[in-house]
Design a protein around this ligand. Structure first.
Ligand SMILES: Cc1cc2nc3c(=O)[nH]c(=O)nc-3n(C[C@H](O)[C@H](O)[C@H](O)COP(=O)(O)O)c2cc1C
Length: 190
């Protein structure tokens, strides 16, 4: 009898633990829905822009394209192996047409992977705004290398922000992109 009681007791404890774990993993769901949202992105060839527009359509909020004051050349090699490489190597944050993020609680920040990290205009955007107390949600498109440590790189520049798990897509994200985005948005709090 004692043994039976012990087993029942253990089952109850295990059940309670499981319920707690589930409730904790869902804790943030819906948390960000009522916040003031900005979807900010830089895009050179359209992939990141396509993801940004989908995120904006799914979350509402405002959308803002980060543009460098001096546009990158239209030629891939000139941009990739010329200006962008030089900026990456020298740690240059190029001047941008900036937007003040003060009114926003949540800022999605989109970038293509450029030389294993975010594109330099996105560095400028993060470094020149005050992100204290805000939530930054990165999204990255890449050409095969993945998301690298771009979320961590963003956290270093957006001082005082809470940086959530990034959405990472190859190119425009392929046929499953809408489902993938919906799942990720739920996970980060929508
Ligand atoms: C300057 C430059 C650097 C790039 N560096 C990388 C890289 O390090 N890793 C990678 O996977 N793709 C790299 N790519 C490919 C882009 O990340 C990829 O095509 C991305 O989806 C482009 O986004 P966009 O269309 O919004 O500009 C690079 C492209 C450019 C132009």
């Amino acid at each position: 009898m004692k043994k039976l009681l012990l087993i029942v007791f253990l089952i109850i404890i295990a059940g309670a633990g499981f319920a707690l774990a589930v409730s904790q993993s869902n804790q943030t769901q819906g948390e960000l829905m009522d916040k003031k949202i900005l979807v900010a992105y830089f895009s050179w060839s359209g992939n990141t822009k396509s993801i940004a527009q989908k995120i904006q359509a799914k979350t509402g909020g405002d959308i803002f394209e980060i543009t460098p004051v001096t546009p990158y050349p239209a030629d891939y090699n000139e941009t990739a192996y010329g200006v962008a490489k030089e900026q990456k190597d020298k740690g240059i944050h190029p001047p941008i047409n900036n937007k003040d993020v003060t009114p926003y609680d949540v800022v999605f920040v989109g970038t293509p992977a450029w030389w294993y990290t975010m594109a330099p205009p996105v560095m400028t955007f993060l470094a020149e705004n005050n992100f204290e107390g805000k939530t930054v949600i990165p999204f990255v498109t890449h050409g095969g290398g993945g998301g690298y440590t771009i979320d961590k790189d963003m956290a270093k520049l957006a001082k005082g922000a809470r940086v959530l798990s990034p959405f990472v897509a190859y190119g425009k994200g392929g046929a499953g992109v809408d489902n993938d985005l919906a799942e990720w948005l739920k996970k980060v709090g929508f």
